[in-house]
Design a protein around this ligand. Structure first.
Ligand code: G3P
Ligand code: CA
Length: 361
């Protein structure tokens, strides 16, 4: 599914003709590249530096996963605990916070929602170091820098500042994360509180309406209930992440990729798009979802250009990428930006067509 090109719309609008009706999602004719947790293949995920690098590498969107702190502030973190991507264990020992751990499987776990934001900001963020993610010594990251856990406000600031300074729109693609640690009822209460906080932050007047624009935001979640809660509250596009949820969440599982048109249409009832795990993103599934009117974004690609060729070739509308420079390079090869002269000619041709239609009417 491809949508009208922004340049053409700008030209038509500037020349006084009616612009095409807004489509679902960003008005671009090329698939988008989403900096997944920032440029997390090069720098510690979900840090200001990783998001900025993603933008420098040409990403169209930056992706924060979100959790709420104890004092109800949104922070960008993938896990519900601080263990894997910060130095909480060392800091807790220093500061006498060890009694704040919950013991899970014999291991002390420090949950995000047990800490206030000012405590989390005293931590150093670091790479999880697993395959596909940054490792010390890769040229961008030496493992010693004092990175911080980013707040959602900082993520919005980065995109807003970039837009103010360059006029180029880089969107935000927040994910409402789920925690099983609070149980099904506590988990849903936490999710809805997070959804409310998200909408409040996006509509803060300091962003001058930037994040009220449908082309500037996608909101994603693995939990259909979160999107169903949001649907009547926002016109922003919603993306259902498809994956079978583990037992015990109390939520109905979302199929890994809709196999039938009916399954895709059921998702379309509350979502504008789906985020599909790459191994499940078959050509048939992508086509079925798009036929139902869903955008299809695939997660998560890293530094292999062939993977991008494969999924762009299957017609996806976007990819989540830990290495946005690689994704952008392949995307630009396969979908070159239209030359301004060609775009202008396209706008003039549209105007001429409109005039001819009016004359014949
Ligand atoms: O949000 C798309 C993708 O990020 C989902 O996976 O686990 O990396 O958040 P995860
Ligand atoms: Ca995510």
């Amino acid at each position: 599914m491809r949508r009208p090109c922004l340049t053409a719309i700008a030209i038509v609008a500037a020349l006084g003709a009616a612009a095409p009706e807004a489509a679902s999602g960003p008005l671009v004719e090329r698939p988008i590249v989403i900096a997944h947790r920032g440029a997390s293949g090069y720098l510690p995920e979900h840090t200001v530096e990783a998001y900025r690098l993603g933008i420098r590498q040409g990403a169209d969107f930056i992706e924060p996963d979100l959790f709420l702190t104890r004092d109800r502030r949104l922070v960008a973190l993938h896990d519900d605990t601080l263990n894997a991507t910060t130095n909480i264990v060392e800091v807790a020992a220093e500061k006498g916070w060890t009694d704040r751990a919950r013991i899970v499987g014999g291991v002390p776990r420090y949950y995000v929602f047990d800490f206030d934001l000012d405590e989390i900001r005293q931590l150093t963020a670091r790479s999880r170091g697993t395959a596909g993610y940054s490792r010390p010594g890769n040229g961008f990251y030496d493992g010693s820098e004092p990175f911080k856990v980013a707040t959602f406000t900082e993520v919005l600031e980065i995109a807003h500042q970039h837009y103010r300074e360059t006029g180029q729109l880089v969107g935000v693609y927040p994910e409402l994360k789920f925690t099983q640690a609070l149980g099904p009822a506590g988990g849903i209460a936490y999710l809805t509180a997070m959804a409310d906080a998200l909408l409040a932050e996006l509509s803060d007047p300091r962003w001058e309406g930037l994040f009220d624009r449908r082309e500037a935001v996608f909101i994603q979640s693995f939990i259909p209930a979160a999107l169903q809660y949001l649907r009547p509250k926002t016109k922003l596009p919603l993306v259902a992440l498809t994956f079978t949820l583990p037992d015990g969440t109390g939520f109905p599982p979302v199929p890994t990729c809709p196999a039938t048109l009916e399954a895709a249409q059921a998702l379309r009832a509350f979502a504008d798009g789906i985020g599909v795990n790459a191994p499940a993103a078959t050509e048939a599934c992508i086509r079925t979802a798009q036929e139902a009117g869903l955008l299809v974004h695939v997660y998560t690609l890293t530094d292999d250009p062939e993977a991008y060729r494969l999924f762009f070739g299957r017609g996806v509308d976007g990819v989540f990428s830990n290495h946005p420079d690689v994704g952008v390079r392949v995307r630009d090869e396969l979908f070159p930006v239209p030359e301004p002269a060609a775009a202008a000619l396209f706008g003039v041709a549209l105007l001429a067509l409109g005039a001819a239609r009016r004359a014949s009417a």
